[in-house]
Design a protein around this ligand. Structure first.
Ligand code: ADP
Ligand code: MG
Length: 429
């Protein structure tokens, strides 16, 4: 199928051509006609499958149609807010907006992105001038609403992008408060990488007889991503990481840590090892985050160390390597993390450095992705069979409780089998 057959205007098609997209992705092929037809939509597809264009292109098309119908009003400069797009993080909101700007370059469309951490005044000024499409994080949007800077009563289309993440981040109340300000009659589009029970619940309360589009298995990891587990002693993770980056000459690697502190600390240590690195997380100023991301994209820095929340939804083209320096607490975050690589047509590698105390998390991840992740070893980095999980690790797990909490402690108390010590190190590139 080609883009030409989707019923999009030539100005939009030209902008798509500028992006050098050959054909619509499966999610675009399915979502675009449904959105054009005015349906509510609940769509799930792996990360990197082009969901952004999947909703942006038909929204632009519908806006063009409306402008044609109401030429007089538009000529008079009236710009009632037409589409509201909510995203969980500043980076993601900025990225969606950049895409919309690209796709609307030949149209007369005004769009704005609004997120916290930067001054609200310029955002208020632009809103006063009238915008057609607003991309926002929930918190800042509510601030703008409170300041009467934005009128949501004209919104015709609501998009919730990365809806699962918004729930994880506790935005549910904010989202509901926003929705209360919207007209009852509107089109709702919900995008999510996974369909959890909470998402299904949310969609029931927001969407009206939605079409459900799911591309590929839900909760599955992209097949274009080669995944490995590298067992290693906790105290030697940094050493191993620096070694791998150096030995295989990785140019661009996104590394996940669990905490903001861990991200800063690791970035410092990598810099000391001579690897240009920066950290990106919620405590950093917007300026610092933007700069780190830009430096990373331009190749100025080799390693970007991020927390889950900061990295969510980042689209970094051709990202070849993702490293889980620490496994995520929530298994589903694993799927999101490794979705940062192998985007669109490209292949990527995701390597998880797993210490003994993380084996229960690894098990949960393998259960979720329904696969055993192959192991990688490196000469000189075999795990020390005498190291057992520390008492604090065990306490942590017992406290966390939940499914098999106790079992996992018993299990990880066993002496681990030394991993294939004699095995030749596999070169990864
Ligand atoms: P998702 O939201 O599903 O994770 P994105 O919308 O961020 O994915 O898109 C991922 C990447 O794929 C982006 O770099 C985007 O430019 C690219 N892309 C989108 N649509 C197409 C297409 N039809 N053909 C090729 N690349 C595409
Ligand atoms: Mg997306």
């Amino acid at each position: 199928m080609s883009f030409d057959s989707l019923g999009l205007d030539t100005e939009i098609l030209k902008a798509v051509q500028d992006q050098q997209f050959q054909n619509p992705t499966p999610i675009q092929e399915q979502a675009i006609p449904l959105i054009l037809a005015g349906k509510d939509l609940m769509a799930s597809a792996q990360t990197g499958t082009g969901k952004t264009a999947g909703f942006s292109l038909p929204i632009l098309q519908k806006l063009v149609n409306l402008q044609t119908d109401k030429q007089k009003e538009f000529k008079q400069g009236k710009r009632p807010l037409y589409a509201l797009i909510l995203a969980p993080t500043r980076e993601l909101a900025a990225q969606i907006w950049e895409n919309i700007r690209d796709y609307s370059r030949y149209l007369s469309v005004r769009s704005l992105v609004a997120f916290g951490g930067v001054s609200i005044n310029p955002q208020m000024m632009k809103l006063r001038g009238g915008v057609d499409i607003l991309v926002a994080t929930p918190g800042r949007l509510l601030d703008l609403v409170q300041k009467n800077a934005v009128d949501l009563s004209t919104v015709k289309i609501l998009v919730l992008d990365e809806a699962d993440r918004m729930l994880d981040m506790g935005f549910i109340h904010d989202i509901r408060r926003v929705i209360a300000k919207l007209p009852k009659k509107r089109q709702n589009l919900l995008f999510s990488a996974t369909f959890s029970d909470e998402i299904k619940q949310l969609s029931k309360s927001i969407l009206t007889s939605p079409e459900v589009v799911a591309v590929a298995r839900t909760n599955s990891t992209s097949e274009q991503i080669t995944q490995y587990v590298h067992r290693v002693d906790k105290s030697r993770k940094r050493e191993l990481l620096s070694y791998l980056i150096g030995r295989d000459q990785w140019r661009q690697v996104l590394i996940f840590t669990r905490t903001k502190y861990g991200a800063n600390h690791l970035a410092d240590q990598l810099n000391k090892d001579g690897i240009k690195a920066a950290a990106i997380h919620g405590n950093k100023s917007q300026g610092a985050r933007t700069k780190a991301l830009a430096d990373f994209k331009s190749g100025e820095i080799t390693a970007l160390v991020a927390t889950d929340i900061a990295a969510r939804g980042l689209d970094i083209e051709l990202l070849p390597f993702v490293v889980n320096y620490e496994l995520p607490q929530v298994a589903e975050d694993y799927v999101h993390r490794i979705g940062r690589t192998g985007r669109a047509q490209n292949h990527g590698q995701a390597i998880s450095l797993v210490s003994i105390d993380e084996l229960p998390q690894l098990k949960a991840i393998e259960r979720l992705v329904k696969a055993k992740i192959p192991e990688l070893t490196t000469d000189g980095f075999a795990v020390n069979p005498n190291i057992k999980p520390t008492v604090s690790d065990q306490k942590l797990r017992i406290k966390r409780g939940g499914r098999g909490g106790k079992n996992s402690v018993v299990k990880s108390n066993k002496t681990p089998k030394p991993t294939n010590r004699s095995a030749k190190s596999q070169k990864i590139n």
